[in-house]
Design a protein around this ligand. Structure first.
Ligand SMILES: Cc1cc2nc3c(=O)[nH]c(=O)nc-3n(C[C@H](O)[C@H](O)[C@H](O)COP(=O)(O)O)c2cc1C
Length: 210
C-alpha cells in the first residue's frame, strides 16, 4: 500500500480529464470508503449518486464553469437530507439492533436521546448538520480516490437547483450538497498537473498545546 502522505501529495483538484473510463471496481472502492467514514450519531444523512452517463453529466454541467462535471469519467453527487425525521432515527436504531444482534429495547435510551436532539433543532439546522456530514464523506472520497491513483475534483461551483431538479432530489427529501468528479488527468492539457502544491506551513496551521 502506498504511503498516505504520498497519495495526498499526488492528488490535486484536476481541471482536465482524458476520456479514459474508471473501472467499476475502483469506483466501488471509493463508495465503500465513503460508507465506512464517520458521521455524527452514525446517521449517514446523505445518499451518493454515482453518475457515468455522459448525457446526464452534460445536463448537470449546464450553467457551471466546471467542465469536469461533464468531462470526467464519473461524477459523485453528495446529496444530503433536507431534514431529519423520527423515521431516520428509527431506521438507524433498527439497523444497529439487527447488525449487532441486540434488542431494540436495549437501544431505547439512545433512540430517545437522538430523536429529541434532532427535534430540538429546526429543519434548517438539521439540514446544515447533514451538509457537514456530507463534507466528511467528500474528504474520505478524496483520499480513497488518491489511494487508487484516480484523479478527482471536489466542487462547489455548480447549479444546485439544476442538480436537484434533474436528479429529482426533492422527492427523496434530499438536496445536492457537494460534488466530486473522478477520472484520469490529462497531463498535457491540465496546467495544474505539474504545478507545486500550495499550502501554509504546518507551524502556521497548528497550535500545539502541551
Ligand atoms: C469544498 C470544495 C469546493 C471546491 N470547489 C471547486 C470548484 O468548484 N472548482 C474547482 O476547480 N475546484 C474546486 N475546489 C478545489 C480547490 O480549489 C483545491 O482543492 C484547492 O485549491 C487546493 O488545491 P489541491 O486540492 O489541488 O491541492 C474545491 C475544493 C473544495 C474542498
Amino acid at each position: 500500500m502506498m504511503d498516505l502522505i504520498q497519495d495526498l501529495n499526488w492528488r490535486y483538484a484536476t481541471k482536465s480529464y482524458t476520456n479514459k473510463i474508471v473501472s467499476d471496481e475502483k469506483i466501488n472502492f471509493i463508495l465503500e470508503a465513503i460508507n465506512l467514514t464517520a458521521s455524527s450519531c452514525g446517521l449517514q444523512p446523505y445518499r451518493i449518486y454515482s453518475i457515468s452517463n455522459k448525457e446526464l453529466q452534460e445536463k448537470l454541467g449546464n450553467n457551471s464553469f466546471n467542465e469536469q462535471i461533464s468531462t470526467s469519467s464519473h461524477l459523485l453527487v453528495f446529496a444530503a437530507y433536507n431534514k431529519v425525521t423520527t423515521e431516520h432515527v428509527k431506521d438507524m436504531i433498527n439497523l444497529m439492533a439487527s447488525e449487532r444482534n441486540i434488542s431494540n429495547d436495549s437501544l431505547k435510551g439512545l433512540f430517545d436521546m437522538m430523536d429529541s436532539y434532532f427535534k430540538s433543532k429546526s429543519d434548517e439546522e438539521n439540514r446544515n448538520w447533514a451538509d457537514k456530514q456530507a463534507y466528511i464523506a467528500l474528504g474520505t472520497a478524496l483520499i480513497a480516490a488518491a489511494n487508487q491513483r484516480l484523479d478527482s475534483t471536489p466542487m462547489e461551483g455548480f447549479d444546485s437547483k439544476n442538480f436537484d431538479n434533474i436528479l429529482e432530489l426533492d422527492k427523496q427529501d434530499l438536496h445536492t450538497s457537494v460534488i466530486l468528479s473522478v477520472g484520469y488527468r490529462d497531463e498535457e492539457k491540465d496546467y495544474l498537473s505539474k504545478t507545486k502544491k500550495v499550502r501554509i506551513s504546518i507551524d502556521e496551521m497548528v497550535k500545539k498545546v502541551d
